[in-house]
Design a protein around this ligand. Structure first.
Ligand code: ZN
Ligand code: ZN
Length: 264
């Protein structure tokens, strides 16, 4: 991390802003005005210009530059109010207490696309505030919870991806939820003599696979005595006795049989 301390860029070494013990995390900002790409030796000029503009802002009555940290297109991090100081940039006293504010030197005209170096610098600033300012895990944009376009669509999309360091491997996608693989219990009344269904065929194949098949032909597709005998063998295999092993499927033994879905 390339960090330029306050005193190094020409601000008083310590911010006069109110102290804050910890925050929920960090909000990312951009300038929201035109900004021209420049050589790095001129980046600190712009940081001083922002501080001067904030101090001159009678409406907000800022005591200091409003941001916690600022990051230039070259990836250098400038200390603003710094760690453990309440920001003035998030839109209200409550929002300022909840999150630190890190501003990218990125405009709505001119330099509008964050460079990889800038994204890495923003990530550095976030990690710095976590380590030195007790920032929590949240990473949000200024627009999250406040009516503003800040920090612009591109930076906001990056924030929503979790503000990854450029070049870091993408997080593994979550495995898809399992699709229903087994036939739901169709109800005991489904198993009546002569009922024809692919479900009965699928059931018979599973019974045979479990060593419970009592089929001379088939199984399936019509429910018959061989199915009942086969299913009774399955119930006995599960430990059912007496009337509980009557060969008429019930919900528990059916669930355990795991009949593959037929789509019917
Ligand atoms: Zn903002
Ligand atoms: Zn720079």
């Amino acid at each position: 991390m390339q960090l330029i301390r306050r005193a190094q860029w020409g601000a008083p070494a310590t911010s006069p802003a109110a102290k804050v013990a910890s925050t929920r995390g960090v909000k990312v900002h951009y300038l929201g005005s035109a900004y021209a790409s420049r050589t790095h030796d001129r980046c600190d000029d712009y940081v001083r210009q922002i501080r001067a503009a904030h101090l001159a802002n009678k409406k907000e009555n800022y005591s200091d530059i409003a941001y916690s940290m600022l990051v230039c297109e070259h990836g250098t991090v400038f200390e603003g109010r710094g760690a453990h100081r309440r920001t003035g940039a998030n839109g209200s006293a409550t929002l300022n207490s909840r999150h630190y504010a890190v501003c990218a030197l990125l405009g709505t005209e001119g330099l509008t696309r964050p460079t990889d170096a800038m994204l890495a610098g923003l990530r550095d600033a976030i990690e710095y505030l976590r380590e030195h300012g007790d920032a929590g895990p949240e990473i949000l944009g200024h627009r999250d919870g406040h009516p503003t376009a800040c920090p612009g669509d591109e930076l906001h999309a990056w924030v929503k991806r979790g503000a990854p360091r450029p070049g870091a491997p993408a997080p593994k996608p979550k495995p898809a939820p399992p699709v229903a693989k087994y036939e739901p219990f169709p109800g005991a009344a489904f198993f009546t003599a002569g009922r024809r269904s692919q479900i009965i065929t699928a059931m018979g194949k599973r019974l045979a696979a479990e060593g419970c098949g009592r089929y001379a032909v088939g199984p399936g597709p019509a429910w018959g005595e061989a199915d009942r005998k086969s299913y009774a063998a399955w119930q006995r295999k599960l430990g059912y006795i007496g009337a509980a092993a009557d060969g008429i499927p019930g919900p528990s033994s059916w669930a355990e049989l795991r009949v593959p879905t037929t789509g019917k």
